[in-house]
Design a protein around this ligand. Structure first.
Ligand code: NAD
Length: 548
């Protein structure tokens, strides 16, 4: 619909026809979870445009209940099955935007009536109607804890339904780094949503009115409703049969103008492959923002006789609300960088959303990956109750603009105590990056904890009471304020080993690290401190951390 609307604004000459097999166009698919939760009250609020409004404003001919079943690129026609029968419709230019369907993993029982997807307005309406009478008597199992799964789990929980969330990958929202996903998992648990991670569903069987979900570890979960949110599959079979070249997953290959391999055939949206802006990997990025941009730019390319702006390579910026937390990300994560062979170093920060002395300040958790040699920004993630969206959007903008991490120091951001700090979290990323790039700071990572325990002196520079509340088993406690006076004690304890310094968030350990370096002791400071270490360890925390 973005392409159709833009095309009309560029030319009054074209006849523009949109075929849609369903009963709605331009519905707010991203809003469906919020209808399910009850936050969006009326079904009509989800219908952004209707065929009548598209005809009136833009003279676009939208034909609902019309299914395209084949294309003949040589003849420049598409075959369409509609209420009046089958017809071949000629085109000069054809834009494919079929999107995706819910992926159906090989699990027996997905055809049972209790298994739903959350893709159309009718899906959301059916589910809300079903649970609305006595939500507390319903138990929902959400199969897949990606974006839709998390949003649906939150929505069903808000609607009063008892929810269990299942994720086959080792942690919820797999694109998040594990130490960030742990925070999301904690929030789900706090809300009362049960979470099973790292376990696949093997089958779903009927049991009277209820279903039973069987998992690979032999657990069984009763369910009145199963929501299938296990990813997406491009709806491209008929186009591939018509000669459109797709990748092995069925996603349509396009050039940087949105052109397919066929003359006068273009493709946009969730069914296409993009080139990752950071790693260069070819992969689908089924998100609303890139799809909207694609639609507009393809219309520009069709209407103009000059080359139009290329489709931008997406950073895959994404955000999701889970209870009281927001999780947001942009650019590459560790796994993507490792696969692409891109060297990186990682910074963890736990700044406040606004000045700590102003009421209501809340801590957020940020991760930024950068090139250790140049400071090129490679990826960023944030989790927290407030202010995360703004910081990740700034980092996404910086990545798009090609700013180096150390240049974040120079960003002049709006500041007043209710909104931020004179040193905004973004400036803090810049300071830390600059310290690392100039050798002022050397970090060790939570993933190095096992080697640090074996080979280094772990020096915890928090206060004795913080230390007593939980510390790495082998650690020596010397508060950073006493370190200058107790250097000999530390040197003796280190006995030639490097010193792995840590504190709660990474601020005091940086001060201690500088004192040790000035004294000629080899040391590094734990990125993100105990806060990050605990989240990294997750269920392993008891093995490494002890109290007393
Ligand atoms: P997704 O890829 O985000 O998540 C699917 C999840 O299902 C993954 O975590 C995967 O590991 C898990 N999974 C797959 N098979 C499984 C199995 N057999 N058992 C248990 N878990 C299994 O896909 P989605 O949530 O269906 O969303 C579809 C697309 O829409 C995504 O690309 C997403 O980015 C996009 N989307 C984005 C937003 C947002 O940005 N807020 C919201 C909704 C959807």
């Amino acid at each position: 619909m973005s392409a159709a609307a833009r095309l009309r604004r560029l030319t009054e000459e074209a006849e523009i026809i949109v075929f849609e097999q369903g009963d709605a166009v331009s519905f707010a698919s991203c809003g469906l979870p919020y209808y399910l939760s009850g936050e969006i009250k009326s079904r009509d609020d989800l219908l952004v445009q209707t065929p009548a409004s598209m005809r009136a404003a833009l003279d676009v001919d939208v034909r609902l209940h019309h299914k395209v079943t084949a294309i003949d690129a040589a003849a420049h026609t598409v075959r369409v099955e509609g209420p009046q029968g089958v017809e071949d419709v000629a085109y000069d230019q054809l834009i494919l935007s079929p999107g995706t369907v819910a992926a159906r993993p090989p699990i027996d029982g997905l055809d049972l009536d209790c298994v739903h997807t959350l893709r159309t307005v009718n899906d959301a309406v059916a589910m809300r109607d079903a649970v609305s009478g006595d939500p507390a008597s319903w138990h929902a199992v959400v199969l897949g804890a990606g974006f839709i799964g998390l949003e649906a789990a939150e929505a069903l929980h808000m609607a009063g339904v008892d929810v269990t969330l299942l994720e086959a990958a080792p942690h919820v929202l797999p694109p998040l780094e594990p130490e960030m996903a742990w925070l999301v998992r904690q929030e789900l648990t706090r809300m009362g949503v049960r979470v099973h991670e790292g376990v696949a569903v093997t089958s779903i069987t009927a049991d009277g009115r209820r279903a039973v979900v069987h998992m690979a570890d032999d657990q069984q979960l009763p369910a009145d409703l199963v929501l299938l949110s296990a990813g997406t599959t491009p709806a491209t079979t008929i186009f591939a049969a018509g000669g459109v070249v797709c990748d092995e997953r069925g996603s349509i290959l396009v050039d940087d103008q949105g052109h397919t391999n066929l003359i006068d055939v273009w493709a946009v949206g969730d069914a296409t492959v993009s080139r990752d802006a950071v790693t260069g990997a070819r992969r689908p990025v089924p998100l609303a923002g890139p799809a909207q941009r694609g639609g507009r730019l393809v219309a520009d390319a069709i209407a103009s006789d000059r080359p139009s702006r290329p489709l931008p390579n997406p950073l895959a910026s994404a955000i999701v609300r889970v209870g009281g937390l927001t999780a947001a990300m942009s650019g590459a994560n560790r796994a993507g960088l490792v696969t692409a062979g891109i060297p990186f170093t990682t910074m963890h920060l736990h700044p406040s959303d606004h000045a700590g002395y102003f009421p209501g300040a809340q801590q957020m958790h940020l991760i930024v990956h950068m090139d250790p040699a140049t400071g090129r920004l490679l990826g960023a993630q944030g989790v927290g109750p407030s202010g995360v969206d703004k910081r990740i959007d700034i980092l996404a903008t910086a990545m798009r603009a090609g700013l180096r991490a150390q240049e974040l120091i120079d960003l002049d951001l709006c500041y007043s105590p209710p909104y931020g700090s004179a040193k905004d979290p973004i400036n803090m990323v810049g300071y830390l990056a600059d310290n690392m790039l100039t050798g002022q700071t050397t970090l060790w990572q939570p993933g190095d904890i096992d080697s640090a325990r074996r080979e280094a002196l772990v020096l915890d520079v928090r206060t004795p009471s913080e230390f007593a509340s939980g510390h790495v088993r082998e650690a020596l406690n010397v508060p950073h304020t006493e370190l200058r006076a107790r250097l000999d004690e530390v040197r003796t304890a280190a006995d030639g080993r490097r010193i792995a310094v840590m504190c709660q968030s990474g601020v005091r350990s940086y001060i201690a690290h500088r004192i040790l370096v000035a004294s000629g002791l080899a040391s590094s400071t734990l990125s993100g401190g105990m806060l990050t270490l605990q989240a990294w360890l997750g269920t392993r925390a008891d093995e490494v951390i002890t109290k007393g």
